[in-house]
Design a protein around this ligand. Sequence first.
Ligand SMILES: Cc1ncc(COP(=O)(O)O)c(C=O)c1O
Length: 399
Amino acid sequence: MKFDPSGNIQDLLQFGEYGDVNPSVTDSATFTFMQAKTMLETFKGEAEGCFLYSRHWNPSNKYLADAMAAMEGTQAAWVTASGMGAITSAILQLCNAGDHIVTSRTTYGGTFAFLNNYVQKFNISVTFVDILNLSEVEAAIQPNTRLIYTETVTNPLLQVSDIPTLAEIAHRHKIQLMVDNTFTPMIVAPARLGADVVVYSLTKFVNGKNDCVAGAICGNLSFINSLIDVNSGTAMLLGPVLDPFRSSSILKNMHTLHIRMQQHSRNAMYLAKKLTEAGIKVNYPGLENHSGHDTMKKIMHPDFGFGGMLSFDAGSAEKAAEVMEMMENEGVGYLAVSLGYFKTLFSNSGKSTSSEVPEEKQKEMGLTEGLIRFSVGLDHDIERTFEKMKKCLNSTGLL
Ligand SMILES: Cc1ncc(COP(=O)(O)O)c(C=O)c1O
């Protein structure tokens, strides 16, 4: 079947209690039953359409989870209070003490910290690999490996994971592939390409408003049910559930995601080309000289472009600070961490979202100290934004 994430959202009709087109928020922690027997069946997961308690399921969360599953083409999904809530719950659900994980060396700093510093307390070991080097990935697999973990487009280096081949390697070794698709919703659907579990920080592009943190786990029904099993589900027992008010507001934003992704990609491509012409060495998967350009073309939906993320190296952390401060003053956007917002955001990755990665590891993975990562916004007049950027680059001696 053709991969059509925006068509899936368009076709999604979710009728509210009173015919409301935006389903009303279910502002309840607990739910009543007319018969005690139904409550017991709900506890056992046997009562279809019944809600028990909002840490487990809430109707508003179910609407958003259903929309995420429709977009990704998975059987089911569950929504969390943050992207880290999704990543950590999914990993801890799949891995037991004694298991081993193979992960991309470059991932979001929080994920790196979780895998490098935290899972060891559960006696889970981790091997960090260059995710572009598929023989290194395969060689790292051990008899106790449970999982290959990667990001579709890695944070902050924007390497592009070859998801179909990684899935093939994983499945040949009877292990699972988990993919963080935060940078590329609609552009790539990892589950359609063979990933077993897809995780998201909804905080970013999917919500797009920077008004909350949230996350999602998408996968097959038995995995999602295992996460919320009352006896052994990591999500049920650790409790990183999303608030229903937030689910309701994120759901509304999902219906404009396809338009936003197109504009983020269009603007990022424009800036990447103009900056390159001006003499800046830009890292953007949409450029033909990018190491992941061909892989991206193989896995992406052509309607949504190459994404809104790009980076370049200012040479040093000091120079990066100088140019970022000036860009903020000139109105290019905000000097802030995070991404996927309607305004352009930029930060020096090594000193911010990847600061959890020790300096020698940053060097090893090719993360230079002057790297500025941009999340390009929805500006209508992107030429004007480029002129402002050019002024800042000229004044700081980068051009
Ligand atoms: C790729 C990626 N995954 C996960 C996260 C974590 O998400 P959250 O901040 O919503 O917990 C981030 C945050 O920056 C991210 O960039």
